[in-house]
Design a protein around this ligand. Sequence first.
Ligand SMILES: *Cc1c(COP(=O)(O)O)cnc(C)c1O
Length: 391
Amino acid sequence: MGTDRRLLMIPGPIEFEPDVLNAMSRKTDSHVSPDFIALFGSCLRRLRDVFRAPDGQPFVVAGSGTTAMEMAAANVVEPGDAVLVVSTGYFGERNARLLARHGAEVEVVEAPPGDVPPLDTVEAALKRRAFKAMFVTHVDTSTGVRADAEALAKLARAHGVLSVFDGVCATAGEVFEQTAWDADIYLTASQKALGVPPGLAIVMARPRALEAWRQRTHPVRSYAVDWEEWLPIMEAYEEGRPSYFATPPVNLIYALDVSLRYILEEGMEAVWARHARVARAFQAAWRALGLRMLPVRPEIAAHTLSAVYYPEGVDASVLARIAEEGVIVAGGLHPQLKAQYFRVGHMGRVRPADVLATVGAIERAFRAVGADVPLGAGVQAAQIALAEELQ
Ligand SMILES: *Cc1c(COP(=O)(O)O)cnc(C)c1O
């Protein structure tokens, strides 16, 4: 097979740091060895710093982002509970389906693709009915739209409603102050901005969410993600005691340890600012190439990915050509629009050189399939944006 040097610029899995990947090739320790217990415990503590949730209870289990979504829904929601879903695309719809499976009476507020439902609309819904919880997708990976998590968390709080944020395409890439904003649950997966290969589902639950779970009258409908089983395990790891419910993915925890070190040594403010800087460079490139983004306003465009309409005469067949040019990007995902746009992930430790390589490959591929794009204009705009940031 050889070494594939193509850049993986999709909205997860992302390019992982060599040190993170190397950590996974360590000999697998027992999940109850003193060394592993100490390492896992330290990861759990440091996740509070990443989530800005000093009063949060972290859960780290084998699974993907969907497992984390399921853990939140299964533990918080009981049959018959009214739940509001603020949907900005494909993953909002997933939230709604998943919640319905757990017996929730789901109401969805949504916006046309590329927009977010106005806060007034969300507030009107919250006033209409006594919801137990509100589920929001922080960044919907299908549209590249970022919801105003701070305002929504505060709105939910003002109405006495639990707030749950799907941060799978946002956590460690977009500003999120879980405790300061009073958001009850924030969840993610390893393979996106956290920079660890796929396989970890991560949920941070604050006291109000845990209290809602303790007050349940029905058992949690999922055995594998039940906090009843997992809370003692997470507590034991932090307290340095051996425990077992279901085997943790030991080697992925080694990788998480390394990635958390990178993130926290840089510092959350710096990590967030770097994602914003990289996003600005990509956005400058799209503008210079005359390409339109899905997010209808710049202020709701995510810093973790770009969702961009193809130019006239180009369709998804160009993705293979971009790959031939050395960079892998993703196609559309939103059911209504998926044939009309492509997505570029820019999460994790994206370098300036990666930005230029990606924009350059896209320009060449568009040209090769006959699109009328000004060759070099995107690279130049990205270059200027990146250089300005250095001053
Ligand atoms: C990727 C993603 C998910 C699903 O994560 P999986 O790891 O694929 O299960 C859920 N929500 C959002 C916002 C995502 O970007």
